[in-house]
Design a protein around this ligand. Structure first.
Ligand code: HEC
Ligand code: HEC
Length: 285
């Protein structure tokens, strides 16, 4: 009896005391922010696709922000004035609804943002990418990487297995992802697009690229290529057609393998018992 109470008291002290002392957020929270938020937000490094989150709790109530994060589009379309204002400031880009984000995680993100906002320089103040000028060589490398003519260091699939760039008369790259011709301007230029590509907040891309992240120079090369694509629009369409044709076969095969690996992990729990049941059924027959 006494022992129980002591344990509860100690537990309460650890939980409560930790918060009172402004204990550093958990490693999990950092990983979560890095994977799910840093592609669109810095903390003290300026706006990307989404606003800089430094000191966001001075601008808006914690509970409001948590509700917003759980249903961004709903809150904006619901007509809330503050939501409309930050939506306009973000040039009409909606914050994506993040499937794994629940109330507890959203709260943990608020704690993390509060903690990091109080620091001289947050680890999320800016990306570790160089801001050197983009060169013609970057652009060429980016083109090769996009088309699968050069390999990513971490083994990720070529972009054209899921994306095309311009209308190539039906011969373009993959159709699973959107046409990227205007991605550079849509995602607001170099800084935001670089952050986006460093940890793609896309349900399809993130499981594939989480295990095969793009390196800094590869991100810069792709940004240079997409910038060029946005500027020239037409994009030497003819010469690309053949490249797309050849590379997209190899690329599509690799994507299928990677997606299978990623999804196998996720569905193992449901698929395995099913398989076993089928096998058991056959054995008894
Ligand atoms: C795809 C880009 C994107 C991702 C990923 C994203 N956000 Fe956002 N976020 C936005 C945009 C854009 C806004 C501004 C409102 C709008 O237009 O939807 C916003 C607004 C916010 C706001 C309110 C900011 C303010 O100034 O009041 C908070 C807080 C926030 N996001 C937190 C997060 C957290 C935490 C994550 C990760 C779990 C996250 N966001 C992931 C794009 C994103
Ligand atoms: C497995 C398929 C797949 C691969 C491979 C892939 N993407 Fe994507 N990408 C998508 C999908 C699907 C979307 C749309 C967002 C969503 O539905 O998740 C997307 C969205 C994007 C966007 C955002 C476009 C916008 O206008 O919002 C960019 C930029 C992008 N991808 C760039 C790339 C680059 C660069 C590569 C190569 C490194 C790549 N993608 C590889 C499937 C893929």
């Amino acid at each position: 009896m006494f022992a129980h109470r002591q344990i509860i008291l100690i537990a309460a002290l650890i939980v409560g005391g930790g918060q009172a002392l402004g204990q550093a957020p958990s490693e999990d929270s950092y990983d979560y922010f890095r994977l799910n938020c840093s592609s669109c937000h810095t903390i003290g490094g300026g706006d990307l696709v989404g606003p800089d989150l430094k000191g966001v709790l001075d601008r808006q109530e914690r509970d409001w922000l948590i509700d917003f994060m759980l249903d961004p589009a709903g809150t904006i379309d619901g007509g809330d004035a503050y939501a409309q204002e930050i939506f306009r400031a973000a040039k009409g880009q909606y914050m994506t609804k993040i499937p794994s984000l629940d109330r507890a995680k959203a709260g943990a993100m608020m704690d993390l943002i509060t903690h990091e906002s109080g620091l001289e320089k947050s680890v999320f103040a800016g990306m570790q990418l160089s801001d050197r000028p983009l060169t013609r060589d970057d652009e060429k490398l980016g083109r090769k990487l996009f088309l699968g003519q050069a390999e990513f260091a971490a083994g990720g699939p070529a972009c054209n297995s899921c994306h095309t760039l311009v209308d190539l008369g039906g011969f373009g790259g993959g159709r699973l992802g959107p046409d990227l011709t205007s991605a550079y301007s849509r995602l607001d230029g170099r800084k935001a697009l670089s952050a986006w590509l460093s940890a793609p907040p896309s349900e399809v891309m993130s499981p594939v690229f989480a295990d095969h992240p793009l390196e800094g120079d590869e991100v810069l090369a792709l940004v240079a290529f997409l910038k060029h694509a946005a500027a020239s629009g037409e994009m030497e369409a003819e010469s690309l057609t053949m490249d797309f044709l050849l590379a997209s076969f190899a690329g599509a095969a690799l994507v299928l393998i990677l997606l299978d690996l990623a999804w196998r992990k996720r569905y193992r729990a449901t698929r395995r018992p099913l398989l076993n049941r089928t096998r058991a059924g056959k054995a008894t027959r």
